[in-house]
Ligand binder design. Structure first.
Ligand SMILES: [Zn+2]
Length: 458
């Protein structure tokens, strides 16, 4: 029964019709054939659906921040900014327990799945106990997030964070950052502890938090000990303030400095990379690294707009992430990505290429490719050897009526606010049916209890 028949499926080269997809007992796709006769309705051969897409990769997540959603939208005394938001986030992070971290992550992951994400990269930095001590199990909190991913059924790339300093030039950490503190040795110990978790659903990489929080010596030490194919993610150039601090410290902008001092290549994912000079745009594109864009969070925090048009013109690779999780919808990230560019340039239909003129098709396929690269897992394509991670659209929704095939994703991404993701499969297993996550009730009950417990710490 490891078969799905799609009247229309989005394959790496575009839409195909009458597609039979088969996978093995590990959840890996073993055959994809288009133009096959439809199985009889009700026969035991294959489930029949109308529209099937590869599930999206959410390449940047701090899952605990899901519990902050909607709670940081009140004006303070000073000019509110990323930095004042960060103070609120620190206060929140001070008190959460490993059990809270797991409960919040499970809720988030179930929501991500319902909105079409089937993989996620967790940039994980709350790694110590509230008093700043390492947990007896060094990977305690990372293991909790992985447990939540297994419970919800989403694929995960866990990225333990290297976080040693509070600013450029190895400034000491502040007391409120005590739970995040790791040096290169700590990170490698956590990575080693996580080795036993690696399987078809779980990969492990690393994440130097930023050039503010990790030194070049530490980054080199971690890279030297890490297997060559593992993903490496870093926050960079998110805020103008960060660019200014970098210039005063080294005379170089953050991305310039990174490209000159660290061997950045395809395994790297540069998160945000919002504020770039021309040579930085071409430098990232030439390196093959992924630009990890998080449009709803970047908008929420007032970061700025990524220079997408110029980056794409130079063959740059991008993916999307929901970062602080003000949105759990892949559609909303892609919509904001394109709309930000339209508002900035006062033109329409910007994220396209010479060969792909449909904006939504270009965005979905592009974010699949970059997301898969950033995740370091065989995901993001309905193709042999990839995971059977498949999203089925709701063809009974009015937005899906009367569409030509090259309008399906346009309607999905740009029309209305109903969730058009009907069913979701990860590794050949259904985890969402008829828009309901199969473990939704139990997961939501734990999340509710967690928020009640955390309320007193806000
Ligand atoms: Zn982030």
């Amino acid at each position: 029964m490891n078969k799905l028949f799609a009247r229309h499926a989005l394959l790496p080269d575009g839409w195909a019709s009458d597609v039979l997809i088969e996978w093995d007992s590990t959840g890996a796709i073993i055959a994809v054939a288009s133009g096959t006769p439809a199985p009889q309705q009700g026969s035991t051969g294959a489930t029949r659906v109308e529209y099937a897409l590869p599930g999206m990769i959410n390449l940047h997540s701090h899952s605990f921040q899901r519990a902050l959603g909607g709670r940081t939208e009140k004006a303070g005394d000073s000019k509110d900014s990323f930095w004042t938001w960060r103070d609120l986030m620190y206060r929140f992070a001070r008190n959460i327990t490993p059990a809270h971290i797991e409960a919040i992550a499970a809720q988030l992951f179930s929501e991500c799945l319902r909105h079409g994400y089937t993989s996620l990269c967790e940039f994980h930095y709350v790694q110590r106990a509230p008093d700043g001590a390492m947990y007896p199990r060094p990977a305690e909190t990372a293991e909790r997030v992985i447990a939540a991913a297994r419970l919800a059924g989403i694929g995960i790339t866990m990225l333990p964070v290297l976080y040693s300093y509070s600013g450029f030039g190895e400034m000491p950490l502040k007391p409120e950052q005590a739970r995040f503190k790791t040096d290169a040795e700590d990170v490698l110990r956590i990575v080693e502890a996580l080795e036993e978790q690696r399987d078809v659903q779980v990969e492990v990489g690393v994440a130097p938090h930023s050039l503010r929080a990790a030194s070049v010596t530490q980054i080199a030490e971690v890279l030297a000990a890490l297997p060559k194919q593992r993903p490496v993610h870093i926050h960079i150039a998110e805020q103008q303030g960060e660019v200014q601090q970098s210039l005063s410290w080294s005379g170089r902008r953050p991305v310039q400095w990174l490209l000159e001092n660290v061997p950045v290549d395809r395994r790297w994912c540069l998160i945000h990379a919002t504020h770039l000079a021309e040579d930085e745009i071409s430098g990232i594109a030439a390196s093959g690294a992924v630009a990890g864009l998080c449009p709803t969070t970047e908008a929420n925090l007032g970061d700025g707009l990524f220079p997408l048009e110029s980056f794409l013109a130079q063959g740059g690779v991008f993916g999307i992430g929901s970062d602080s999780h003000v949105s759990q919808s892949a559609v909303e990230e892609l919509r904001w990505l394109e709309y930000g560019q339209r508002l900035q340039h006062q033109r329409r239909n910007i994220a396209v290429s010479a060969t792909e003129r449909n904006v939504a098709d270009f965005l979905w396929q592009g974010a699949l490719r970059g997301g898969a690269q950033a995740a370091g897992r065989p995901v993001g394509a309905i193709a042999t050897g990839h995971r059977a991670d498949i999203v089925v659209l709701d063809d009974a929704h009015p937005n899906m009526f009367g569409l030509a095939l090259d309008e399906v994703l346009g309607s999905f991404v740009f029309s209305g606010n109903d969730n058009l993701v009907r069913d979701v499969m990860v590794g050949g297993q259904w985890v969402v049916r008829n828009q309901q996550h199969l473990a939704q009730q139990a997961i939501a009950a734990r999340f509710k209890q967690t928020l009640a417990e955390l309320r007193e710490f806000r």
